[in-house]
Design a protein around this ligand. Structure first.
Ligand code: NAD
Length: 477
């Protein structure tokens, strides 16, 4: 559904409109190379004010699209964007300042600096699961870096996308920031344009398509992708804390979170106690989840059927439902579900679940989960609950993941000073704070030659110059 007629994707004029907005942004991007800290902060403050002013509409749109409760909207959509903007405004002057680089011995007689210059025109393609956060967050970084931006929000959350479009159209000149609603066809048409940077958040499968399209223009990319993020609970862990953190991480937004714990390894000595603690945590947080105002819904019927099919497939592979397992198609409701005995070849262990189902697997020796995690594509997040710091270090050192928490889940996302991103299959590049600013900036080396000795090494390579080159090699190697 496209609520705003201004952006009907199948309008015959749309390709022309994409082009004309893109061209206007190319012109603006050149002017923005000289944009000041003050002008960027003014844009960021405008975005901040608009988000605050539209808070009620944001709640309503998230409720309509995802049944997202206000508290979750505050915590996971509005707060992260406002903190991103405030953190950026606080530090941007320093980030923008050219960084002096001292001369190496070979570069005696020169001075050097690194300038963070705006990459230019950016494309931001965002997903549906945190539509406000994952659209305005990257936009804040693009503005901070001095880029212009075209935004393509997800078609799966039409109320949010329409609101995003309205906010952008209200507060920005389209030569600075523009939004085009629509599905993959709109993204495909936009990807034909030679963007200077593409910031994509979504699935690894579509990430590959985006990177392929970017290659046609050698556009740089940030890919914020997903995958199966494991959590390990060892025999020393505080089980109540672990269960509460994992249940919150798994069932917030109905499991439709890129960094949700996807599946759990629990040491066999504490497996029954962990399952009990997880059941208790589910009841404490949601009571009867079917009637709880705090429990979200699956975004659409296709995903509802997909997640139900994963549960059914796991059962046919011999898995047991130890909590939840019920659903209601009319509501797109799936109960918070815990499963044990899920074998490797069940689809639940093969693909990103992205729904409220947690497979729990016992292990005896920590090398087993490490081996199995390393056999899968690198995850976006990996969590470990333990009181044994050496055990945590072993797991972190012997695996690879975008980010990790020890004795926590998902909270690394909220740390403004940490890079947020994946690795290989779970992503390329980073977002948030300084790292988001860097994603949209080119680090340009600028060297001023004051009185360097390099002219003494120029041709013709006669005996004197050869001797100088030999001396230089001897001295500096
Ligand atoms: P998706 O890849 O299906 O869609 C993301 C965006 O890409 C949408 O705007 C969509 O319209 C667009 N798109 C779809 N097909 C396209 C195509 N062929 N060409 C170009 N664009 C296309 O992802 P989703 O279902 O919206 O989100 C779920 C996925 O995103 C999960 O894998 C999740 O882990 C991941 N995710 C990652 C992060 C992160 O920060 N790393 C955050 C949220 C979600």
């Amino acid at each position: 559904m496209n609520v705003n007629p201004r952006i009907m994707p199948d309008s015959p004029h749309m390709a022309l409109e994409y082009n004309s907005v893109f061209k206007a942004q190319q012109v603006r991007a050149i002017a923005l190379r000289r944009s000041t800290y003050e002008s960027r902060v003014a844009q960021l403050r405008r975005l901040e004010a608009a988000i605050i002013a539209h808070q009620g509409e944001i709640y309503a749109a998230l409720q309509a699209d995802l049944h997202k409760p206000e508290a979750e909207a505050d915590l996971s959509e509005i707060l992260p964007v406002l903190s991103e903007i405030r953190h950026t405004c606080r530090h941007l002057r320093r980030w923008m300042a050219p960084q002096k680089v001292s001369a190496t011995a070979a570069m005696f007689g020169t001075k050097a600096k690194i300038r963070h210059e705006p990459k230019g025109v950016a494309l931001i393609i965002s997903p549906w699961n945190y539509p406000i956060n994952l659209t305005f967050g990257p936009l804040a970084s693009a503005i901070a870096a001095g880029c212009t931006a075209i935004i393509k929000p997800s078609e799966l959350t039409p109320h949010c996308s329409s609101l995003i479009d309205k906010i952008i159209a209200d507060i920005f000149d389209s030569a600075d920031v523009a939004a085009f609603e629509g599905d993959a066809s709109v993204a495909t048409a936009l990807l034909d344009l030679p963007f200077d940077h593409i910031f994509f958040t979504g699935s690894p499968a579509v990430g590959k398509i985006v990177m392929g399209a970017a290659a046609r223009h050698l556009s740089s990319v940030t890919l914020e992708l997903g995958g199966k993020s494991p959590v390990i609970v060892d025999e020393t862990a505080n089980l109540t804390k672990a269960a509460r953190s994992i249940v919150w991480g798994k069932f917030a937004n109905n499991g439709q979170t890129c960094i949700a714990p996807d599946y759990a390894y629990v040491h066999e000595a504490v497996m029954p106690q962990f399952v009990d603690a997880a059941r208790t945590a589910i009841t404490a947080m949601y009571g009867d989840a079917a009637t709880s105002a705090d429990y979200c819904r699956i975004v659409n019927d296709r995903h509802f059927q997909r997640v139900n099919a994963l549960i059914a497939d796991a059962k046919t592979h011999g898995a047991t439902v130890v909590a939840g397992g019920t659903s209601d198609a009319a509501q797109r409701y799936i109960a918070p579900t815990l499963m044990t005995g899920v074998p490797d070849d069940a689809a639940l262990m093969q693909e990103e679940i992205f729904g409220p189902v947690l497979p729990i697997r016992p292990y005896r020796d920590i090398n087993q989960p490490i081996r199995e995690i390393n056999a899968k594509p690198k995850p976006l997040a990996l969590y470990i609950f333990t009181k044994n710091q050496a055990q945590a270090d072993t797991v972190i050192e012997q695996t690879s993941a975008g980010g990790s928490c020890i004795n926590g889940a998902m909270t690394h996302f909220l740390h403004a000073k940490l890079p947020f991103g994946g690795v290989n299959n779970s992503g390329i590049g980073n977002a948030h704070g300084y790292y988001g600013f860097r994603a949209f900036s080119h680090e340009r080396a600028v060297l001023t030659d004051q009185f360097s000795a390099s002219p003494m090494l120029f041709p013709p390579y006669n005996a004197r110059v050869r001797k100088m080159i030999k001396l230089t090699m001897k001295f500096f190697t």
